[in-house]
Design a binder for this molecule. Structure first.
Ligand code: HEM
Length: 238
């Protein structure tokens, strides 16, 4: 195929549409991550009343929860990840030639994307109980089961979660920065710099929320662990 033909194939509207969908998926899921970490940071707050349990109860009392989760969380993540893999496989990093910070961020965006596939799979699978009862999240006993999950191994609270949160918050904030360019919202250098500072602030705040969640879960009592049933869950809340 000639180079002109290849250029025509890659500029076909379907690629433009997929690229926009991938970006939109990242923005929607990024918004969810920011809220998710903020909610989880309430683990650092008091146990009587149990503030984290109250937030989880509010979420679980929302109507159409499954529909909201599928359309606003899982579908955007799936589209973003699938096309993200395509972008990574076909991209050509140029860090060796231009050692600019932005080029390094370009590479880090891809490295954290791959790491996040593993982290998110472990996190979702663990919370849904695919890997056993100890890692399973019970929304009736939110605080105790979050503590049980995190304390299942030192590897989780010391390595997996701090790194997973670092990667997710970096990828989200750097993604918000590049997304504004993709959608033509920050055209001038000045606008990009201003938006860059806001994204840096969002990264620092979200990362702090994630760390507070780890410390909060770690310091919560787990005397009812490892197995929490409905009866115990009621006891935890009382
Ligand atoms: C915490 C989860 C994630 C969030 C919040 C997120 C968010 C974002 C955002 C907002 C962008 C910017 C889109 C743009 O520049 O228009 C982005 C870019 C990107 N994401 Fe993600 N993403 C996540 C997970 C993943 C995963 C699991 C992959 C797997 C491959 C991935 C791969 C990519 C790639 C390759 C880019 C760069 C696209 C480009 O420069 O053309 N992301 N992400």
């Amino acid at each position: 195929m000639s180079s002109a033909a290849i250029a025509n194939v890659s500029s076909f509207p379907i690629y433009f549409l997929l690229r926009r969908l991938q970006s939109l998926g990242g923005i929607v899921f990024g918004g969810y991550i920011a809220v998710h970490l903020l909610v989880n940071a309430t683990l650092i707050q008091g146990h009587n009343p149990d503030v984290y349990q109250q937030q989880v109860d509010k979420i679980h009392s929302l109507p159409f929860l499954l529909g909201i989760e599928l359309t606003a969380i899982y579908l955007p993540l799936l589209i973003h990840t699938l096309y993200g893999i395509y972008v990574i496989v076909n991209g050509k990093p140029n860090v060796e030639h231009y050692g600019y910070v932005k080029n390094w961020f370009y590479v880090l965006q891809r490295i954290t994307g791959i790491a996040l596939i593993l982290f998110i799979f472990f996190h979702i699978g663990g919370m849904y109980g695919w890997f056993g009862e100890t890692l399973k999240f019970d929304h009736h006993a939110a605080t105790a089961s979050a503590a049980r999950h995190l304390k299942a191994s030192w590897l989780l609270w010391l390595v997996v979660y701090p790194l997973g949160i670092l990667f997710a918050t970096f990828h989200m904030a750097n993604g918000f920065y590049t997304a504004a360019i993709s959608w033509g919202l920050t055209v001038s250098k000045k606008a990009q710099d201003r938006w860059g500072y806001l994204c840096l602030g969002l990264f620092a705040f979200s990362f702090l929320c994630g760390m507070l969640a780890i410390v909060g879960a770690f310091t919560k009592t787990n005397h009812l662990l490892p197995s929490i049933g409905e009866k115990d869950a009621a006891h935890v809340r009382s």
